[in-house]
Design a protein around this ligand. Structure first.
Ligand code: JFZ
Length: 445
């Protein structure tokens, strides 16, 4: 046990209302929107097959040339109510929106920077409008904030000299001021999602990351902060040097998920984030980005895997430069939403089905009651129909399955008990979409 001043706090799962709501939500929408959506991956005719939000960096655009994009940020197709409706219809229960990405451009009129929406033609508080639109649809809101900042002259990657340290201290004051400003302007937000904290300069300032989490929670009681903010005294990230999780939930799973059988992750809260497209978070207007666009069934499979392991899934949308949604993303949201409408009980308010082993053909989730306990109901989400056409269910010792129903229409599903601990029933005809069965269980008797 290493003595740490800026290490993890208590390791018990938070059980306050905000955290319980976040946990029950399970499905959130990530929104990456900023100036990078205007060039959308192409600079002076050269398309760079890399994340659109990195274009300033990957195309080596000067600060001045990049900042000039602000003149074209005219919001011609910006309809935050449509974003919020789309997210809600998809079954997302919260949104995490970029307030400032690595390029330093602020979606709110920050008093601490000239590089904000206030310097765009509309001058509107874009972030405030987005948050209000989602709240009107009943979704919770979280703010993404990149500590890494390519625009600010005091940002440093490393602290080699006293001058670097002095500059970076000024930078950290600036970022702290912006974060307090965000908490004061938008006290209704439920949490903060930090990014851009991997450089040596930040890792040498674990004290600052610790302090920021404390300050934000003082301003917004119950605020939920991801692990990516934090570094400890020794520069360890996400988990401190004693292996304890910093922040309220683990946010390291990015475009990947824990293995379906890896129950170790159920020990803490976690959230994975994922792109629908290739590895771009901002809108990238290219065949490259469209390649590898996931299907609704693939998204649902990721969601099922995530919930079965006690995590949340944050699915990214990258609106276009004019503020309109990408039609393919609207279509995907609609199809996922149709599935969620019928089967959302296997996601919302559900968590891992303790003791039910990974079945290979899909995932088990269990609805949790108000106290967070299992109810006896188990959802079997079938994502991969076995070649045999038969689904085999291994029932944990001491339990028996009393009935099986198709979740979407309540139809009773006859099954055959093979022996004391397994049963089987014919797989549904494939529609290409996962099918959910509700297993009603009770003590074996
Ligand atoms: C970061 C950003 O650089 C990116 O633009 C986007 O905002 C994404 C959500 O977060 O990218 C990362 C961060 C962490 C890892 C990979 C990409 N990681 O831990 O593997």
């Amino acid at each position: 046990m290493i003595a740490l001043r800026y290490g993890a706090g208590p390791q018990e799962l938070r059980q306050d209302p905000a955290m319980r709501a976040f946990r029950a939500d399970r499905f959130g929408q990530f929104v990456h929107w900023g100036l990078y959506a205007l060039p959308a991956g192409t600079w002076h005719g050269r398309t760079i097959e890399f994340a659109a939000e990195f274009l300033m960096h990957s195309a080596k655009v000067s600060r001045e040339d990049w900042a000039a994009l602000a003149r074209d940020f005219t919001l011609d197709g910006f309809d935050p109510a449509a974003w919020a409706r789309t997210a809600k219809a998809m079954g997302a229960r919260y949104v995490t929106v970029t307030t400032k990405h690595h390029d330093g451009f602020c979606l709110w009129p920050s008093a601490h920077s000239d590089f904000t929406v206030a310097a765009t033609p509309s001058g509107r508080d874009v972030l405030g409008e987005i948050l209000a639109a989602y709240q009107a649809e009943g979704l919770a809101t979280h703010l993404y904030y990149s500590v890494l900042d390519w625009h600010h002259p005091d940002w440093r990657y490393r602290l080699d000299t006293d001058e670097d340290r002095a500059a970076f201290d000024r930078y950290l004051d600036f970022a702290a001021n912006q974060l307090v400003e965000l908490a004061e302007r938008y006290p209704q937000v439920r949490g903060f999602w930090f990014d851009g904290t991997w450089d040596e300069s930040v890792k040498a300032n674990g004290r600052w990351t610790h302090e920021i989490e404390r300050i934000l929670k003082e301003r917004i009681p119950g605020a939920i902060v991801n692990s990516r903010l934090r570094a400890d005294d020794l520069g360890a990230r996400h988990f401190d040097s004693n292996g304890d999780l910093m922040g309220d939930y683990e946010s390291g799973y990015e475009r990947r998920l824990p293995a379906p059988w890896d129950r170790s992750v159920t020990a803490h809260d976690w959230e994975a984030c994922a792109t629908i497209t290739q590895a771009t978070w901002g809108f990238h207007d290219s065949a490259w980005a469209d390649r590898g666009r996931k299907t609704p069934a693939q998204i649902i499979e990721q969601l099922a895997q995530t919930v079965s392991l006690g995590g949340n899934l944050l699915l990214n949308f990258g609106p276009r430069g004019d503020g309109s949604l990408v039609p393919a993303e609207v279509d995907l949201a609609r199809e996922v939403g149709a599935w969620m409408h019928a089967n959302g009980a296997a996601v919302h308010g559900s968590g891992p089905a303790e003791r039910w082993e990974y079945p290979g053909w899909g995932f088990y989730t269990a609805p949790l009651d108000a106290a967070g306990a299992e109810t006896g109901l188990v959802h079997a989400i079938v994502t991969r129909i076995p070649v045999s056409g038969i689904l085999t269910v291994e029932v944990p010792a001491g339990l028996e399955v009393r009935a099986i129903r198709a979740l979407a229409d309540g139809a009773n599903v006859p099954f055959t008990v093979l022996d004391g601990h397994s049963l089987r029933f014919p797989a549904p005809a494939s529609t290409g979409m996962p099918v959910v069965f509700a297993l009603e269980t009770g003590p074996a008797g």
